[in-house]
Design a binder for this molecule. Structure first.
Ligand SMILES: [Zn+2]
Length: 256
């Protein structure tokens, strides 16, 4: 699904072009007062996502270098502060938009189709076994306005969708543009999202191992055909996605 939000200041353009765009933007915002808050908030959110990823990379680097504990701790504090800020901003904005992840995490109101998942032992893996990659993560630039927030895996409906790593089910929801979806929280604090499922096989709060079946792929929500939409997020909320394939690579999973 594509994000329904936002603008980004094109830093790479020349000063004259940027000034002209800024004027055009101010005119546009003035002409649409009802949406001004959202535009403003989302531009700030995109900046915080970027800052968080830099802070997290710095923590990893300091740990690798065996830096003094005090420096690691202060870098950790910065990372956590940024995550808390992002979490607060997005929870507020997503509640206002009735995002089910922010409103009803157990999907009760949406009556999601349910199944059961057998226990399984496994190691970090791709969310589906046989796939071809379609739409990838669009980091921004001129596609920002309608940017793609995850990685699509084209699979037939009914394909088992598995948790990429160990974690806890944060939410199972249905009924919005993502259709039936599962969100899993992992130990490194990131969340993975599995959307457009035809059936959900886990419950909110359930612990899952790597490879545990979360549900079956499908074509629910805002889609043109069956596929798995997979995201990696800093918070449970839309708007905090990061490039999913580098994140999987950090866990030893190659996607090709
Ligand atoms: Zn997608």
């Amino acid at each position: 699904m594509r994000q329904r939000q936002s603008i980004r200041i094109p830093w790479r353009f020349g000063t004259a072009t940027s000034a002209a765009l800024l004027v055009a933007l101010l005119v546009a915002v003035a002409a649409a007062p009802a949406s001004a808050d959202r535009i403003d908030g989302t531009a700030r959110t995109a900046h915080t996502v970027h800052a968080y990823e830099k802070a997290r990379a710095r923590v990893d680097r300091l740990k690798d270098e065996r830096a003094p504990a005090e420096r690691v701790r202060s870098a950790e504090d910065r990372r956590k502060t940024l995550r808390d800020r992002l979490w607060d901003e997005l929870r507020r904005s997503q509640r206002a938009l009735y995002d089910p992840v922010a409103v009803d995490r157990s999907g009760r109101a949406g009556r999601c189709p349910r199944g059961k998942s057998p226990k399984k032992k496994g190691s970090w893996q791709t969310p589906v076994a046989n796939y071809w990659l379609t739409a990838g993560f669009a980091a921004g630039g001129d596609r920002w306005r309608h940017r793609h927030t995850g990685q699509d895996f084209a699979v037939n409906s009914g394909t088992p969708v598995r948790s990429v790593g160990p974690g806890t089910v944060w939410a199972t929801t249905c009924g919005d543009g993502f259709g039936n979806q599962v969100l899993v929280r992992h130990r490194d604090g990131y969340f993975t999202q599995y959307a457009h499922l035809s059936r959900i096989d886990v419950r909110k709060g359930q612990r899952v191992t790597a490879g545990r079946r979360l549900g079956l792929s499908g074509a629910t929500g805002n889609v043109t055909g069956p596929h798995l939409h997979f995201e990696v997020r800093i918070t449970p909320y839309l708007g905090s996605a990061v490039p999913p394939l580098p994140w999987l690579a950090r866990h030893g999973v190659r996607v090709r």
